[in-house]
Design a protein around this ligand. Structure first.
Ligand code: M6R
Length: 616
């Protein structure tokens, strides 16, 4: 969940590291730090707080080295203190390390090292790692200098239980970084006479778009002239250089106040990108190049299992609704973390799907591995190309939504739903959906970007509503069928960025408990789309009204909502059932965004959260 940036080149490392850290801050923001190597010594700056605080400190210290490593921290072991901030230095002063992940056996390592005379300045698991590197370096003294640094890191990693993405500097080997990964992402950017190492492409795309995605169990040794990759068991790896499609502008804020706002407004483009080139020639079905399954394979599948976390889990619930509704194939949805441990009985002809924007969420990765271990094929719907989940899956569908930097997921969510809707069509057309129904469905999906543009036009009105309601401490979100997951999503969005308590329920469930919360101080957000359940939703609104609850109703255009019943009505365009959850997401995203902004919250970096959750 932390961010890592490393640099080897001819420029001043600190400026490049700080720029990279700023772009990575959404990964963790408890503290930040950097170490540059200069004249066989480390220059270190680290501090609790945001990268801007670190930048001020670094400016005072005038760091001049051209090789360095840096880190933004999301605390796991040890509180949020300057001492616990990374980098950590071995007690002999020879090594500096930054680390993302958790060293599970660090207590034993620490005890062993204290016994050998090593000292500790922090409460972190990471410090045990850097001291163990120093210990192995001493033991490797007979080795030539060129391989001693690399070998001591490799030897250390053999003893590690847990997960890591690390970058290490050594005062004896100026201009070099040794980095390795297991369970935490690391990418090497290959620039013009320089190398940038990062845990996320966002940190390096301003310098290069040529990257090597390191795999678990690989170690890279970077020197001023070249780099080499080997595995933990000493096998040479021929690096594959990929080209990143994202540009630096994609990761910039532009005219917006927050990334979340920018990403909400980017949704029409993200939806267009998710659909591009993915409809069949006769425009009656969908095409997915990366599934690696033939139509005959699909005929054998009679069940789908979806796993994800957070917002992506809500997208799975929408997928369940759409696939069961249109393709008539049963779907199971599980939280990744639950699936992994509860050993649920599984049907044999099941195809697995995991959904993850980042492609790095550890619980989802573990669910994928568990399903594969049991012999199931796993497909991944991911946004980040080259991410661990995307690479470990048997096939999948990339979202192409562009970088999502706000911690609250918005454009990734609607693009996941659109892909689920296209997949439902694909399966339905292999079964009972007729050609003409398929054509209609495709036409409806193609309208999604324009319908979302139209829904976005309500932003000024939603901003006003948000101002009026921002001081309430509890909210209820209610929806039915495909909009029940949207009720959950609306509640999650509000909680995570505004810290207001909110709950999502299927509207009819309200009577079985949550109605007890209703009072003048707990408003309810209702989804009231046109269709067979419209009158039922109106009755639920009436029941709330009778108990003096305030109601904000999200209704589709043309709905005859009883005048005066709702306190606020937000209209969204009328649309096909498969597109409805996408369009309905917009008002709840905007409502929570404007409420959080009104309350002065740090919208893109809400407290205690990080963008991608790479620890259990
Ligand atoms: O990267 P992933 O899609 O796997 O992330 C899953 C969740 O951590 C994520 O959706 C989280 O719930 C967001 N902060 C919600 O806005």
């Amino acid at each position: 969940m932390c961010g890592i940036v490393g640099y080897v080149g001819k420029q001043k490392a600190s400026a490049i590291l700080l720029e990279g850290l700023k772009r990575l801050e959404y990964r963790g923001y408890d503290s930040a730090g950097l170490a540059v190597e200069h004249d066989h010594k480390f220059e270190i700056a680290k501090k609790v707080g945001r990268v801007e605080i670190l930048a001020k400190l670094a400016a005072q210290q005038r760091l001049s080295g051209t090789t360095g490593i840096s880190h933004t921290r999301w605390a796991t072991h040890g509180g949020v203190t300057d001492a616990n901030a990374h980098p950590h230095v071995s007690s002999d002063g020879r090594f500096a390390i930054v680390h993302n992940g958790v060293i599970e056996n660090y207590v034993g390592m620490r005890k062993f090292l204290i016994g050998k005379g090593y000292t500790f300045a922090s409460e972190t698991d990471t410090e045990a790692l850097v001291n163990l590197i120093a210990y192995h370096y001493q033991k490797e003294s007979a080795r030539p200098d060129t391989s001693r640094f690399l070998e001591s890191v490799r030897k250390t990693l053999h003893h590690v239980e847990g997960t890591y993405g690390i970058a290490v500097l050594c005062t004896d080997q100026p201009g070099e970084i040794v980095a390795a990964r297991k369970g935490s992402p690391l990418i090497l950017g290959v620039g013009d006479g320089e190398y940038i190492l990062a845990s996320d492409v966002a940190a390096l795309i301003s310098r290069t778009q040529n990257v090597v995605y390191l795999k678990d169990g690989e170690i890279v040794h970077i020197t001023p002239k070249n780099f080499s990759i080997t595995t933990l068991d000493l096998t040479d790896v021929s690096p594959v250089i990929d080209r990143v499609a994202w540009t630096v502008e994609d990761a910039d804020l532009g005219r917006f106040a927050h990334f979340m706002e920018k990403e909400i407004f980017e949704q029409p483009a993200a939806l267009e990108n998710a659909m591009r080139g993915r409809f069949s020639e006769d425009q009656s079905s969908a095409n997915f190049g990366g599934l690696n399954l033939t139509p005959a394979d699909f005929r054998q599948i009679d069940r789908f299992q979806f796993c994800a976390c957070g917002t992506a889990w809500h997208a799975c619930l929408v997928a369940e609704h759409l696939i069961e509704r249109f393709a008539r194939v049963p779907v199971e949805v599980d939280y990744s973390s639950e699936f992994r441990y509860r050993n649920a009985p599984l049907y044999s002809n099941t195809l697995f799907f995991v959904i993850s924007q980042s492609g790095e969420t550890i619980d989802t990765l573990a669910a994928l591995r568990e399903a594969r271990r049991k012999g199931y094929k796993v497909m991944a719907i991911c946004n980040v190309v080259g991410s661990t989940i995307a690479r470990e899956a048997d096939g999948g569908i990339y979202q192409h939504a562009g970088p999502e930097i706000g911690v609250a997921s918005t454009k990734a969510f609607t693009s996941q739903i659109l892909i689920a809707a296209m997949f439902a069509l694909y399966v339905a057309r292999m079964r009972d959906m007729s050609f003409s129904d398929g054509v209609q469905y495709v036409q409806a999906l193609k309208q999604a970007p324009d319908l979302v543009r139209k829904a976005l036009e309500q932003a000024p009105r939603i901003k006003e509503i948000a101002k009026r309601y921002a001081r309430h401490r509890d909210f209820l979100f209610l929806g039915r069928l495909s909009l029940f997951p949207l009720a959950l999503e609306g509640a999650l969005k509000l909680k995570e960025i505004s810290y207001i308590h909110a709950e999502g329920y299927p509207a009819a469930e309200m009577k079985h408990g949550p109605i007890a919360l209703i009072s003048e101080t707990c408003p309810t957000v209702f989804f009231a789309p046109k269709g067979e359940i419209f009158n039922k939703v109106v009755s639920s609104v009436q029941q709330i009204k009778a108990r003096k609850g305030k109601t904000i109703v999200i209704a589709t255009e043309g709905c005859e909502f009883p005048p005066g019943l709702a306190d606020e009505i937000i209209t969204i365009p009328d649309c096909h059932e498969a597109v409805l959850p996408i369009v309905a997401a917009v008002p709840v995203q905007l409502l929570s965004y404007y409420i959080a902004a009104e309350l002065g919250r740090d919208v893109d970096k809400p407290r205690n959260l990080a963008k991608s959750v790479t620890v259990e």
